[in-house]
Design a protein around this ligand. Structure first.
Ligand code: GLY
Length: 379
């Protein structure tokens, strides 16, 4: 495993430096995916994935702090700075914490800390105390069917708030994060601990109005990335709060995933656990990477037998992602690291492509596994 990790981190570094160079003359663009002709698709800072590539560079810099990685990590982080004041969607957590959060963690630069503070203040403007949740999406023609949509993905944005509560000694942030996590725990999950993608609330009574999907196969299906967001989100909430209810939820989600009859042998899920064309359905490497990273963390919070069970799956995922058909060849894939993710199947967009967040959680998982192996060696 250690060899796989070293080689994969080296490869990820080479690809990411090529990617960084490829956009050096477009100082407000960030990598998103690939188009049908095989060209790089970029986004501006306002698209929800903008913080992932800077985050990849920071993780690689943590692993091997070269001048070029530091230069590009700093450069790409700056590209998302304006999003600290974004209040029109919940993704400010992804955008700012993956970029500036890692930047501050590794450099201690106070300017980065201020940006994180502003982002946390922006995010809590979207909290409705009657509902007990942060609103995910604003009103738009495509979201008009929902009064107050909250998606399971939103669990990921709570890390920004928990971190800010500690860093700025302000429980307003943790109150919002914990209330959101508790409301989501109550309403987003089915009896088998799979989760709905979208739960919408009545803005007057605060009660659940609808349970649907936007990116999954059907309202009742288990959209793979959503299961990954839930697993990662509750594992992180246990880390941040010590609240065992979150740990129990994370374990239930993990058990749903790893015992699911439709989880393939290589442990990289189909894009939806209930996709009708399984076993011919497409895989989602991004979901596999998110689950892998979360399982590595969760393995540290559970008794030995369970820990081993989670690590066996995480290790299989990491080995799978680090080999064909998921990892690309040098200089290919317009310099992304992984292939074969699914962005939005019902929309027909970003299907079987590289995605910057697949790369982010994959590199995070590599670093987490590397740290775990080193800690075990020292014992
Ligand atoms: N947060 C959007 C997605 O997972 O596609």
């Amino acid at each position: 495993m250690a060899k796989v990790i070293e080689e994969s981190l080296d490869f990820a570094t080479k690809q990411s430096l090529l990617m960084a160079e490829s956009l050096k003359d477009q100082p407000d663009r960030l990598p998103q995916t690939i188009d049908e002709e095989g060209n790089l698709v970029t986004c501006n800072s306002a698209w929800w994935v903008s913080g992932f590539f800077p985050g990849v560079l920071w993780y690689l810099c943590e692993n091997n702090p070269t001048d070029s990685l530091k230069y590009w990590a700093t450069n790409y982080t700056k590209r998302v700075e304006d999003q600290q004041f974004t209040t029109d969607n919940h993704d400010v957590g992804f955008m700012i914490f993956c970029s500036f959060g890692n930047a501050y963690r590794l450099t201690g630069n106070q300017k980065y800390k201020e940006v994180i503070h502003n982002a946390a203040k922006s995010l809590i403007t979207r909290f409705n105390p009657t509902i007990g949740c942060i609103r995910s999406w604003d009103y738009a023609s495509w979201s008009a069917q929902w009064q107050y949509p909250v998606i399971i993905d939103n669990m990921m944005n709570l890390e920004l708030l928990e971190w800010s509560a500690k860093a700025f000694n302000d429980t307003t942030f943790s109150h919002v994060a914990r209330t959101h996590a508790n409301t989501t725990m109550k309403n987003h999950f089915r009896n088998d601990f799979s989760s709905f993608h979208v739960v919408s609330y009545d803005t007057i009574t605060g009660t659940v109005e609808k349970k649907n999907t936007a990116q999954g196969y059907s309202d009742d299906s288990a959209w793979a990335r959503g299961q990954g967001w839930g697993l990662y989100g509750y594992t992180m909430m246990f880390r941040e709060t010590g609240n065992k209810t979150y740990l129990e939820r994370a374990k239930h989600i993990a058990d749903f995933i790893i015992n699911h009859p439709n989880l393939p042998e290589d442990k990289i899920p189909y894009w939806d656990f209930n996709a009708p064309d399984i076993p011919d359905a497409l895989r989602d490497a991004s979901a596999g990477a998110i689950m892998c990273s979360a399982l590595i963390e969760l393995s540290a919070y559970v008794p030995e037998l369970k820990s081993k069970e989670y690590l066996v799956v995480a290790e299989t995922q990491l080995r799978s992602l680090s080999a064909a058909p998921y990892i690309t060849d040098s200089g290919n894939n317009v310099n992304f690291i992984l292939k074969h993710s699914v962005g939005h199947m019902p929309n027909g967009s970003e299907i079987d492509v590289p995605l910057s967040y697949a790369d982010y959680y994959y590199v995070e998982a590599l670093i987490r596994m590397k740290n775990l192996l080193e800690t075990n060696e020292q014992k």
